[in-house]
Write a protein that binds this ligand. Structure first.
Ligand SMILES: [Zn+2]
Ligand SMILES: [Zn+2]
Length: 392
């Protein structure tokens, strides 16, 4: 009997973390149906946690949580040619249509048809809505993915083939946190060798800004945080200098002085804000030289009032989405950096949780305990969840 076909027709029961829309979540069994044309059904192996997952619980509607994931292709719909059953894949939420105004300008994460945050229709990049159901009602998947679930169905553009040598937990975080940090340096700020960089906040995204800056050849790379343990990690990931911030000094007077002392009294070429603290929204402008770039990578969306003289003179303030990710270009680059041991992924995963421990995982993230917390949905195994990869 053709096992591929029999598996393809089955509906899977999948334990999933469902946002209640009011800031909480429940673990429930949902139904995950066979993929439609140009869609892929994936058995999730690991899912990274991002602050956005925590925010998304309060978006006013139920959804399957999670937008950083890696797993195994279980079946594919008609017209899918770039992956087959048994392939290890990374899930990616920047699904480009390739033809709209933004895609034509290389802004794939801003795709007007498919982007979950910048698109005209927030469901444009989804697999068909009845692919995941609770009872007989469709249930939406966060960022087109819904990775905090044992199974999901996504559009074919959302899956990127993973090399065999990246463990699940290390791979899954590539699909948001790592890409956002690295891409903000390389694609957005376009940091050049020898440029001076400051990074405010050394959590999951900040550490990836730091390693992006190291890979780009920046010097000095100055890390600022209020926790000594995070500054230690910053050094491990590539910071050349560290500054202990003072929680009570939001205008960063002493930090500014120290940064100036390290940059010929000029200020840094580029400063990244990765604290998610709205009170520090203006901070990167303080730390850059005339003509320098301030980059906000933490997703601050609150009202921030600031002295416009902070822009003097000729400064640029960037707010890149997903590190201006172009999936086909960027993920192979990240895989290669990992292989060459330039991009540290295993070291970013502070702790692995089961789905049942999701509340703890969120709590630890909010306390700043982890660089990255990852929910492992199936254990690492050379054969994957379906046994031998030669199943036909
Ligand atoms: Zn597009
Ligand atoms: Zn994210």
């Amino acid at each position: 009997m053709d096992r591929t076909l029999s598996m393809k027709s089955a509906t899977m029961t999948s334990r999933a973390a469902l946002a209640d829309g009011h800031g909480g979540f429940v673990l429930e069994d949902i139904q995950v149906h066979p993929p439609g044309p140009e869609e892929v059904r994936v058995r999730l192996a690991a899912s990274g946690l991002c602050h956005t997952d925590h925010d998304s619980m309060g978006w006013g509607r139920p959804l399957v949580l999670g937008h950083e994931g890696a797993g195994m292709v279980e079946s594919v719909g008609a017209g899918v040619t770039h992956v087959v059953q048994g392939d290890r894949v990374l899930l990616n939420w920047a699904i480009s249509c390739g033809s709209c105004f933004q895609c034509q300008h290389g802004n794939h994460a801003l795709c007007e048809k498919h982007s979950p945050v910048a698109g005209v229709d927030s469901l444009g990049g989804h697999a068909h809505s009845l692919a995941t159901t609770l009872g007989d009602r469709p249930v939406e998947r966060s960022f087109h993915l819904g990775t905090l679930s044992e199974w999901t169905v996504v559009r074919q553009e959302a899956v990127i083939k993973l090399p065999e040598d990246i463990p699940w937990a290390s791979a899954c975080i590539l699909g948001c946190g790592v890409m956002t940090g690295f891409g903000s340096v390389v694609n957005a700020a376009k940091v050049q060798p020898g440029q001076s960089v400051v990074v405010l906040g050394c959590g999951g995204v900040g550490l990836n800004v730091i390693q992006g800056a190291r890979i780009a050849g920046a010097f000095p790379i100055i890390a600022v945080d209020v926790l000594p343990k995070r500054l230690e990690m910053a050094t491990y990931f590539g910071a050349t200098h560290t500054i202990m911030g003072d929680k009570g000094d939001l205008s960063l007077q002493s930090v500014t002085q120290e940064v100036r002392a390290l940059t010929d009294q000029r200020g840094a070429d580029v400063a990244f804000e990765a604290t998610a603290n709205p009170a520090l929204g203006e901070a990167p402008l303080r730390l850059v030289r005339h003509g320098g770039k301030a980059v906000q990578v933490s997703g601050i969306e609150e009202v921030v009032s600031m002295d416009m003289r902070l822009f003097e003179w000729d400064k640029t303030y960037l707010n890149p989405l997903y590190g201006k990710c172009c999936p086909e270009r960027d993920f192979p680059i990240l895989f290669e950096h990992y292989r060459q041991k330039r991009l540290l992924l295993d070291e970013l995963v502070s702790r692995v949780y089961s789905l049942d421990e999701l509340s703890d995982a969120f709590a630890h993230m909010l306390e700043g305990r982890n660089a990255k917390g990852v929910v492992q949905l199936i254990p690492e195994s050379p054969d994957g969840p379906f046994g031998s990869k030669s199943v036909k």
